[in-house]
Design a protein around this ligand. Structure first.
Ligand code: EPU
Length: 430
């Protein structure tokens, strides 16, 4: 029963360094399959999703050497199977990038249906639309996806929905296709741009990533490359809300402030102080903050992956706030848990109405998904008394050294494995 135990009340104060972006890493790793050579990837977050991805790539025949905690070299010269392990690929969402990459590399792949956080239906029709437009056949059945293409040919792809995953998958399948591909209504998230930059660094010809229209001129092959992943926008945002919810003062280093604008704007609006530096933001709050309304939207709108952390902040603010979730239909599963800590939140479909309370009290809660798990930890660190958060495997998926980083900022938090360790923590912290 691995869980975090914490005693809330300490303002989080000090410096924290943000790791590489999870959602870029889980696309860049499979993108390396397209090289048929070697590449070194730096600023990789050391998180469980990355480790599972490495296992999947090794199963396909890649050789991976970790040069340090956050850098690896991957050799994809001997990719000798087109069957990715079903048990591993069905564990998480981003395994769908194997399809785009392997269609480009081998013209064929069999993977498990992608799993991941249960945020709603999460269809993959736009991914399939992209593959089929490029000339692939896709069959789905018995928990598997089988995609095959004799020859991939450039095409015009119009995405009916702005989808991060479908945009990246279309880029992966198109970079080695014959001719030119256009992706209209493309997602513009920073990690979409990072994947395009990675592919370009190995010789792809992608223009327009970060805008609505991405143009890709197919090339014949790629060369070896070295690449450093961008900092994680959501990890940074999580620490920004942690500073505010605990009335602390955190210098958040290794960030791209531009990627944080939607989050900074909302925090400033409710009365927090946010100061931008070249590659850092300092976030602090000294008083109780005010309410606001938020609607989650594709980038550059307010990110859905910051919605639970922001809800925790607003649940402690003065007045009534409304959050509308426009990306995933089932992203309020943390509300029942937060209610146990004293939050007053009413959910009606995709809308949460939050009546701010003066403070939370500690409770035993469980993480329903990755970002909600991080949000509940922040709630615990701002609550009176002890809180335990279980099902923290979700948090490991996306946050490197979360507990250590919070401890470094003065948070009383510990990973515990049994009741004895819980009792010991309570005795020690008092
Ligand atoms: N959608 C479709 N059809 C598709 C693809 C998506 O209807 O073929 C819908 C989805 O159901 C959703 C919307 O389009 O309503 C947007 O989904 P998108 O494809 O953009 O999301 P994703 O690729 O499944 C990525 C991140 C998520 C993040 C979303 C939105 C990865 C591995 N995951 O998911 O990250 O919430 O984009 O920004 O990149 C997280 O990190 O905690 C996380 C859930």
């Amino acid at each position: 029963m691995e869980q975090y135990i914490m005693k809330g009340g300490n303002p989080l104060v000090g410096d924290v360094t943000i790791s590489g972006a999870k959602n870029a890493a889980v696309a860049i790793l499979p993108a390396a399959l397209l090289i048929n050579g070697t590449c070194t990837i730096n600023n990789l977050p050391n998180i469980s999703d990355v480790k599972i991805y490495c296992e999947i790539l090794e199963n396909l025949g890649a050789k991976i050497h970790w040069n340090s905690t956050n850098e690896l070299t991957i050799d994809t010269r001997n990719i000798d199977t087109t069957e990715a392990p079903i048990d591993l690929t069905s564990k998480f969402r981003a395994s769908y990038y194997i399809i785009g990459a392997m269609l480009g590399r081998k013209g064929e792949i069999e993977v498990g249906m992608p799993g991941g956080c249960k945020l709603g239906a999460r269809p993959i029709d736009q991914h399939i639309k992209g593959f089929e437009a490029l000339g692939a056949n896709v069959d789905i059945g018995q928990g598997k996806i089988i995609a095959k293409a004799k020859k991939l040919k450039g095409a015009s792809i119009y995405m009916d929905i702005t989808s991060v995953g479908a945009t990246i998958n279309a880029m992966l399948a198109a970079v080695l296709a014959e001719g030119t591909t256009t992706i209209d209504n493309a997602a513009k998230e920073p990690h979409v741009v990072d994947v395009a930059n990675f592919l370009n660094s190995m010789g792809a010809k992608i223009r327009g990533a970060g805008t609505d229209v991405i143009r890709i001129k197919g090339v014949e092959k790629f060369g070896d490359c070295q690449y450093s992943i961008i900092p994680d926008q959501i990890e940074a945002g999580t620490f920004m809300t942690a500073a505010v919810a605990t009335k602390g003062d955190i210098m958040i280093k290794n960030v791209i402030p531009k990627h944080l604008e939607a989050i900074s704007a909302k925090l400033i609006e409710i009365g927090a102080e946010v100061v931008e530096f070249d590659d850092a933001v300092r976030v602090s709050a000294t008083k109780r903050l005010e309410s606001t309304n938020i609607k989650t939207l594709p980038y550059p709108g307010f990110p859905t992956d910051m919605q639970p952390q922001m809800a925790v902040t607003l649940a402690l603010s003065n007045g009534t706030s409304v959050i509308s979730e426009s990306i995933f239909e089932n992203r309020f599963r943390y509300v029942d848990e937060l209610t146990k800590m004293g939050a007053t939140i009413q959910v009606d479909g995709r809308t949460a109405i939050i009546s701010g309370v003066e403070g939370f009290t500690g409770a035993d809660v469980h993480a329903p998904d990755l970002r909600a798990g991080a949000a509940l930890v922040i709630a615990g660190l701002s609550a009176k008394g002890f809180t335990t958060v279980s099902d923290i495997g979700y948090i490991y998926r996306g946050y490197e050294q979360f507990e250590q980083k919070l401890k470094q900022l003065g948070g009383e938090i510990q990973l515990v494995n049994n009741e004895k360790e819980v009792a010991k923590f309570k005795l020690k912290i008092g």
